[in-house]
Design a protein around this ligand. Structure first.
Ligand code: CU
Length: 314
């Protein structure tokens, strides 16, 4: 059925229930469409004026109590049934799931920051386990955003200065798209994330790897490389010299960079740091000012390690 309507497959139980509500509304609509359009065509043919027939007068009908009762009562019952069906599924969607793993979500122009219960943070990538309920506790640092998971048929607005909640129970391993569904400025369409659903075995492995990585004393450039990978930078930048949404990071350190205001700067440590904490301060010529700020997302130590990594990208 999902293929027929060109909508993504259901990734959780609730997605199937949302689809059933839509199917119910569609079938009710389809039934009345066929009945009314069928009657229209039938009457048009049945009572059309035939050749040579005398002009007939249309009867003047003032009211018909029985008919009026039927066309008020039946549609009212149908509308109420649609409301009731939709309401029960909506309530199920909104109900807190017992034992849900609490994940903090901070939305900002234009990225998603996820905080796991153990304090680990990730940008634009959320890893969860099948069969384990997840409760997203979401807030915004700037404007209104909205977290939308089409495969789960769930979407929730995220407001600055206030927390909104959304629950999900993933059943199927896979990678699912996260969209921002509230127009939030120039970089709105780049505000993309991935929900990665893993089975218990895979998740344990991933968790262990993450913990190992944060403990092992990694060389700064190696750690910087990991940070660049895990912070969503590679959605907009490459390390092979080709431009994407932003300029490539290859060979950037020490180069002269032309800016959109006509001036130019040398890409030294201070410039690179400012590019991450206040990207709008100096905008590279030929590019739009859409890079999100990583101030507060990346610590000073993180930024130093990322710069060490950039120095290796010759
Ligand atoms: Cu947004």
């Amino acid at each position: 059925m999902n293929q027929l309507f060109d909508i993504p497959g259901a990734a959780s139980k609730i997605s199937g229930e949302v689809d059933s509500v839509f199917l119910y509304i569609l079938l009710v609509g389809l039934f009345f469409f066929v009945v009314t359009q069928g009657a229209l065509i039938y009457f048009a043919l049945r009572y059309r004026k035939k050749k040579g027939e005398p002009e007939r007068e249309t009867p003047y009908i003032t009211s018909n109590r029985a008919l009026e009762t039927i066309w008020i009562v039946i549609p009212s019952i149908l509308v109420l049934s649609i409301f009731y069906y939709g309401y029960t599924v909506y309530m199920k969607m909104q109900a807190p799931m017992p034992g849900a793993q609490e994940i903090g979500v901070v939305a900002k122009q234009w990225l998603w920051e996820f905080t796991y219960p153990d304090g680990r943070k990730a940008v634009n990538e959320l890893h969860v386990q099948t069969g384990k309920p997840v409760g997203l506790s979401m807030t915004s640092e700037d404007v209104i955003h909205s977290l939308y998971l089409p495969d789960f048929r769930i979407k929730q607005d995220i407001l600055p200065g206030r927390y909104t909640k959304m629950y999900l129970l993933p059943d199927r391993p896979g990678e699912y798209q996260i969209f921002c569904a509230e127009y939030c400025g120039q970089g709105h369409s780049l505000m993309l994330g991935k929900l990665i659903v893993m089975d218990a075995h895979e998740y344990a492995e991933w968790s262990g790897r993450q913990a190992g990585e944060s403990q092992a004393a990694m060389p700064p450039a190696r750690r910087g490389e990991e940070l660049v990978k895990n912070s969503g930078c590679l959605g907009c930048h490459t390390t092979d010299g080709s431009p994407r949404v932003g300029p490539s990071l290859k060979g950037l350190f020490g180069r002269r960079v032309e800016l959109s205001d006509g001036s130019s700067v040398t890409a030294d440590e201070d410039y690179l740091k400012e590019s991450m904490t206040d990207p709008g301060a100096k905008v590279v010529k030929g590019y739009a000012n859409v890079m999100p700020t990583f101030k507060g997302t990346l610590s000073d130590a993180d930024i130093t390690d990322i710069i060490s990594y950039m120095k290796t990208l010759k």
